[in-house]
Design a protein around this ligand. Structure first.
Ligand SMILES: [Zn+2]
Ligand SMILES: [Zn+2]
Length: 160
């Protein structure tokens, strides 16, 4: 698995889930084919510039530990899983396949798996070239501490 860079695979399985926590999952075996997809369907499914995925095997390698995603069949061949309560995009799956793709940013440790390939280049947004060249700040740097303390997050924490 030379194309996967990871931190803690040997130590513990990866976990993740949606923003509200209604859907949680566990990846017990190292996922494969980590990639970015720029295709127009991934853009619409996420509302973001692109999605990043890696493929896991349903069953021993991957299971949901809380709730279940809802599936939208975005084409004859493909369905996409999301949380019906909060809307987070979580999965891509060929209909009937024993494998599914897991959205990397939904991992509790979102940098655990690094994409190794880009697909859907025909729809890649030109302004992605600006990344690394725009003024950059942090949430703490642009929001007064007093205001941050009043924002009660409803996001599930990055652990079970
Ligand atoms: Zn949710
Ligand atoms: Zn795509």
């Amino acid at each position: 698995m030379t194309h996967i860079e990871s931190r803690d695979y040997a130590l513990q399985p990866l976990t993740g889930g949606c923003q509200c926590g209604a859907v949680r999952y566990r990846i017990a075996a190292a996922p494969v084919k980590p990639h970015i997809c720029h295709c127009r369907m991934c853009q619409k499914a996420s509302g973001a510039a692109f999605m990043a995925f890696a493929e896991a095997e349903l069953g021993a390698g991957f299971s949901w530990t809380r709730g279940q995603p809802t599936w939208f069949r975005s084409s004859e061949a493909v369905e996409r899983g999301f949380c019906a309560a909060c809307g987070t995009s979580l999965h891509f799956r060929y209909v009937g396949s024993p494998r599914l793709d897991v959205a990397l940013a939904s991992l509790d440790e979102p940098e655990a798996i690094r994409p190794a390939q880009e697909f859907g280049g025909e729809s890649r947004l030109g302004w992605l070239d600006l990344l690394g060249h725009l003024p950059r700040s942090t949430t703490e740097g642009t929001t007064p501490a007093a205001a941050l303390r009043t924002y009660a997050s409803r996001q599930h924490p990055d652990h079970d």
